[in-house]
Design a protein around this ligand. Structure first.
Ligand SMILES: Cc1cc2nc3c(=O)[nH]c(=O)nc-3n(C[C@H](O)[C@H](O)[C@H](O)COP(=O)(O)OP(=O)(O)OC[C@H]3O[C@@H](n4cnc5c(N)ncnc54)[C@H](O)[C@@H]3O)c2cc1C
Length: 291
């Protein structure tokens, strides 16, 4: 590992100041939160910045709170804070479970949700689940605030649609109806996940039929992926849907178009999608692990 090149850390008092700094430094500057990705890449000389703008000095950005009919998780909330949040557990226990399985406790204590989403490393967990939950990323820059769906925020491997002066201030997740069931599962043999699969199912009053389904697979290709065809096969009477799981998995795999990489071959990942969709279906519908 190379010794770190010299850089200056700047500590803005508010979002406006942070955006101004980012605009002023241009390609020589970068936002810095927990540093678990950024500093590592800088130590390896893969990224070079002369100025780091420390977003952690802006108060309130780590807040986790209920806002009307949504749960707001601040952009600098750490994985550990989310994992341990009573509010998150109350509404989305499977988010706490997903966070508990991110990296190791040292990374979770420092790494933030915003850093995870904005680095857009394909082998990551939160965007998969947040995408299935229809979460929206709140973003602020010099020209104001906007909200983006996860697939609008993450556009490719290590690539987001954020302008250089924009900061992810938080994520808003619509509070689920009581009839909603969800599960997130991942498969991991190395440092990062090989596959992450999120399944969110809305049930009818009888609980016997699925009225709406969202299935997202991530880590197998450059960005989290949904498939309309897969989701239509996941709607209907439970028994019927169970028989269609293999077709739904195939449709999801076709859309995700897995890639060969160090985590495994594309064929292996297609197989995993089938296995994990079946497991997520069973888990989501089991009362103990869903809402
Ligand atoms: C050993 C290891 C194992 C890991 N395992 C997993 C895993 O299993 N699952 C998983 O999902 N992740 C995993 N990760 C990734 C981890 O979740 C991220 O490293 C962490 O969340 C990044 O957050 P950070 O605050 O440290 O980001 P930083 O390193 O500070 O920043 C990362 C990037 O995001 C930008 N950024 C940061 N915050 C914002 C913001 N609010 N708005 C706009 N841009 C911003 C920065 O400019 C930078 O480009 C692992 C990481 C390590 C080191």
């Amino acid at each position: 590992m190379m010794p770190l090149r010299r850089f200056t850390i700047h500590q803005p008092h508010n979002l406006r100041e942070a955006s101004e700094m980012l605009a002023q430094f241009g390609e020589k500057g970068r936002l810095y939160a927990g540093g678990t990705e950024l500093l590592l890449a800088m130590k390896h000389d893969l990224l070079r910045y002369e100025h780091l703008v420390d977003v952690k000095t802006i108060s309130g950005l780590d807040r986790i709170e209920r806002k009307d009919s949504a749960l707001h998780i601040g952009g600098i909330a750490t994985h550990r804070a989310i994992e341990n949040s009573r509010l998150v557990r109350e509404h989305f226990p499977f988010i706490c479970e997903m966070e508990r399985n991110v990296a190791n406790v040292r990374v979770r204590a420092t790494g933030t949700l915003g850093g995870n989403l904005c680095f857009a490393e394909p082998h990551s967990d939160p965007a998969n689940l947040l995408s299935a939950l229809d979460a929206r990323a709140k973003v602020q820059g010099r020209s104001g605030e906007r909200a983006l769906a996860m697939d609008e925020l993450i556009v490719g491997a290590y690539e987001t649609s954020l302008a250089p002066d924009e900061i992810l201030t938080g994520v808003e997740i619509p509070l689920p109806p009581k009839s909603q069931k969800a599960a997130y599962l991942k498969f991991q043999i190395h440092e990062r996940p090989t596959l992450g699969l999120a399944l969110v199912l809305d049930l009818d009053d009888s609980g016997r039929a699925i009225t709406k389904a969202r299935a997202v697979v991530g880590c197998v290709s450059p960005k989290p992926c949904r498939s309309e065809k897969a989701e239509s096969l996941l709607v209907g009477e439970r028994d019927k849907v169970e028989k269609q799981l293999a077709d739904a998995a195939k449709a999801l795999a076709d859309t995700a178009d897995p890639v060969d990489d160090l985590e495994g071959s594309a064929e292996y990942k297609r197989h995993l999608i089938g296995v994990f969709l079946g497991r997520a279906f069973a888990k989501a519908l089991s009362a103990a692990t869903s809402m």
